[in-house]
Ligand binder design. Structure first.
Ligand SMILES: [Zn+2]
Ligand SMILES: [Zn+2]
Length: 213
């Protein structure tokens, strides 16, 4: 079994022993050469869907393995492509480099919204008044959950049409916020707030891996 997944597989099994069997199937299929990295890549609307289906493991777990395992390789192989994206040319709600859904949103210094892909580390500017998950852009379609208190400047940008949500931080107020991936994985309580409000997120969260609905 490749090192890329080993640590993440152990984490999955530790969080939920019920998933151990699926992890064994993954190891067996991989070692037998019947499964490769392509099963973990993004397809329309999801990440690692092929792996989840082939191995009969939960989509959140397959997605988590992809995010934990693929990032170093993707980040490295896409290094040369970053400069090729001219500003303002990409208006879709998926990563222009790898096709994965947005992982986190930042309101940057000039007030624009920058989305980040956790799968490859890519970033792109996206409209603040449109849902990146379904394209809805009527004012009544977009909601904003603001936990406030210690989480001042963090919010959950939700959509009443598709019920999808993206976690975001306004960096004009939180100049010392850490990288998007660290901010995201470090705030499972915001995922819980989003889930309680009836929203889903387009990428796997630790919450889903550890405690499925
Ligand atoms: Zn990407
Ligand atoms: Zn939407």
């Amino acid at each position: 079994m490749e090192d890329v997944f080993a640590v993440a597989m152990e984490a999955v099994t530790a969080a939920r022993p019920e998933d151990a069997e699926g992890m064994r199937r993954l190891a067996d299929e991989w070692d037998a050469g019947r499964l490769d990295l392509s099963a973990f890549l993004p397809t329309r609307g999801s990440v690692a869907a092929a792996a989840a289906e082939r191995l009969a493991i939960r989509p959140a777990v397959a997605g988590f393995l992809a995010y934990a395992g693929l990032r170093p390789a993707l980040e490295w192989s896409l290094l040369g492509a970053r400069g090729l994206l001219a500003e303002g040319t990409w208006t879709l709600g998926v990563c222009p480099f790898c096709g994965a859904p947005p992982g986190f949103g930042d309101i940057i210094e000039d007030g624009r919204r920058q989305l980040t892909c956790h799968l490859c580390g890519g970033t792109w500017i996206f409209s603040r008044v449109r849902c990146p998950l379904c394209g809805a852009d009527a004012p009544r379609d977009l909601t904003r959950l603001e936990p406030g208190g210690a989480d001042e400047a963090y919010f959950i940008a939700g959509c009443t049409r598709c019920k999808g949500a993206v976690k975001e931080v306004d960096r004009r107020q939180r100049w010392n916020a850490r990288t998007p991936v660290v901010e995201d994985w470090g705030s499972p309580h915001l995922d819980l707030a989003a889930r309680r409000a009836g929203y889903w997120r387009p990428i796997p969260t630790l919450l889903e891996v550890a405690s499925p609905v």
